[in-house]
Design a protein around this ligand. Sequence first.
Ligand code: NAG
Ligand code: NAG
Ligand code: NAG
Ligand code: NAG
Length: 767
Amino acid sequence: MSSWVLSLLTFTAVWMSSCCRYVQGGNLLNKKTYIVHMDRRNMPAAFADHTKWYGSSLKSVSEEAEFLYTYKSALHGFSTRLTPEEAELLVAKEGILSVTPEVVYELHTTRTPEFLGLAKSDAVLPSSVSESEVILGVLDTGAWPESKSYDDSGLRPVPSSWKGACEVGRNFNASSCNRKLIGARYFCKGYESALGPIDETMESKSPRDDDGHGTHTSTTAAGSAVPGASLFGFAEGVARGMATRARVATYKACWMGGCFASDIVAAIDKAIEDGVDILSMSIGGGVTDYYQDIVAIGAFSAMANGILVSCSAGNSGPSPQSVSNVAPWITTVGAGTLDRDFPSYVTLGNGKKYTGVSLYDGKPLAGSLIPVVFAGNATNSTNGDLCLSGTLIPREVIGKIVVCNRGGNSRASKGVVVKSAGGAGLILVNSEYYGEELVADAHLIPSAALGQKAGDEIKKYIFSDPSPTATIVSGGTELNVEPSPVVAAFSSRGPNPLTPEVLKPDILAPGVNILAGWTGAAGPTGLSDDKRRVGFNIISGTSMSCPHVSGLAALVKAAHPDWSPAAVRSALMTTAYSVYKDGQTIEDAVTGSPATPFDYGAGHVDPVAALDPGLVYDTTADDYLNFLCALNYTSDLIKQVTTRDYSCDTSKTYKVQDLNYPSFAVPLETASSSTGGEGVVTTVKYLRTLTNVGNPATYKVSVSSKMSSVKILVQPESLTFSDAYEKKSYTVTFIASSMPSGTIGFASLKWSDGKHSIGSPIAFSWT
Ligand SMILES: *[C@@H]1O[C@H](CO)[C@@H](O)[C@H](O)[C@H]1NC(C)=O
Ligand SMILES: *[C@@H]1O[C@H](CO)[C@@H](O)[C@H](O)[C@H]1NC(C)=O
Ligand SMILES: *[C@@H]1O[C@H](CO)[C@@H](O)[C@H](O)[C@H]1NC(C)=O
Ligand SMILES: *[C@@H]1O[C@H](CO)[C@@H](O)[C@H](O)[C@H]1NC(C)=O
């Protein structure tokens, strides 16, 4: 198995610093953790129960090996510590599907309800009773139970369907849970067996969140409304989650050293058994085949149990094909900006002014203009321009504003590096890679983050002036910023690197400068030098956009409790928007040019429209089994992904493109010159089925395309629905001319009855 890493997807890199302390503890006798998938239905008759059978299989290769966990809902099997030789012996035994080594997963609001149109549409929202029946599971770093966002005033008793628990542990007792935070569990056996015992002076061996990430994500999804919330006065207002009355259950599987696969599976296992309705996972990593991807495997079982699984798309943008969590039964969420900014103004000695962003609120800089220096001129190391720890020469920066390039370490650490070398202020400038995207951080010194263009001009000034000067002034909170949303540069992009016929990411949601609840155990930057403590913090990442969609999915679920996860996702996707009010396409922060469905999927989420979509593209567990058949998966591989015994019908032709998805991705091959080149035409046909969830109506299709090289035919062009839940199918035929490899192009398709509009993006890519 490839060594892909899974990480929390906040767009900072503070986690890795503390990991290495633990490493000495592990690796006794060269043993490693393995996740063992068992063929549960083929248990020999001699065994009374599965655990005995698993135990006997394990004992046959190792006398002293013990279970870390046994799994029964996310997958069938167990995890244990084995030597590589023992693992190899085990995989050859009867009834063992696979033995996979542990993956060390590295760790990857006030305004959003208004921005999303939730604040003024109470009339169409689900009733508070049905909303409070929805349970939202969050797999993350736990919860800080004292956060005001978990206040349970006015909430009804815990839903009777709830089968979970409030596990007690260090700094966390039964009274830490309430009618908002109804469940809390922690999973650290995989972590401890690899890295040694948890250092309890650093983090609590309990569901308590000493990091902040899990509190932020869960309160973004379903935090109660807290008036007067802010970070140092920034973003002041009512902080509230998307589904303020939904319940939260936290599953802590991420620790300072990372999230371990064996712990993640155990957490998903429990979330399924406990009865969550939505599972939010702001984690991710590299892309592997579905049968090797623990998150995809766990998510399948969750989906089959009616749970909508929402994951972050990743923070590896803007590189193409960087999107992760691409399984079609997962809702994959990219990140966009809000209409809110935190300006910080830079003035240079030559009179030029630039506007950046910052969340610094401390003492302003003394004097109107002070010396400014480029970090690359105040260092002896080759990457000194990045302000990496210990690379600045104090004599060169003392009392000055230091210009640092983005990249290499976290943005917040750069401020600490400048401060500890004696610098007075920080101007953080983007490389071409990050373009004009601005992400605000709660630095410990006056700061401004600027785009590439401003950065280049400032450096030019510094290099040409014998005694350059500058100043930085903070500008508070600015609202109604346009254009918004803009796709964040860091948000991971398509095309889908694993299954190009499925468009990913699915949808865009707010993920830049998001205010939500925070831990009391760490400062807003998460750095150990940061001794400040805050009730709310503003951070960025697809980690933040994922719980927005999780919370909005909870609202749709509350309004339509009988809808499948696919129906809920379809409602969110087909009502999403990809143009601003003026008709211009949503922009990409990197270029300022129009973004594409490979960046935003179906578009930006519009929760009010999602409550009444008219029609949905529904998908069952069986549809996904047929999808795996189309990928030519063997029965054993299908069993590994789905825990089901399923044989593909050899007389049937399965097509990947017929998966009933709410969007269209059409990979096309470039004809080689030997087969005729230019004139070659490829025809592909996609099948889709719509389910009526509105009143009886006739829908007509319209196709919008600027692609002259592809003809798009929809048959039939009109669909009439007379009954609730009636299904009608249609086909889309794409007749495409050969284009040079690397060409991409876009179109869209829309069904409308005059009242509802069910939109789907179409993305072409020639390889
Ligand atoms: C544990 O519960 C008691 C009340 O029963 C409470 O006073 C105490 O603060 C709790 N401790 C923690 C860490 O939550
Ligand atoms: C500062 O660094 C820039 C870019 O590396 C270089 O062009 C310039 O000559 C340096 N200035 C001084 C005074 O060293
Ligand atoms: C940087 O390099 C210069 C010239 O080689 C040397 O004199 C100076 O001591 C170095 N400074 C540091 C902090 O390493
Ligand atoms: C599956 O196998 C068939 C027959 O060999 C082949 O035509 C098809 O391209 C394969 N599909 C995939 C996704 O590999």
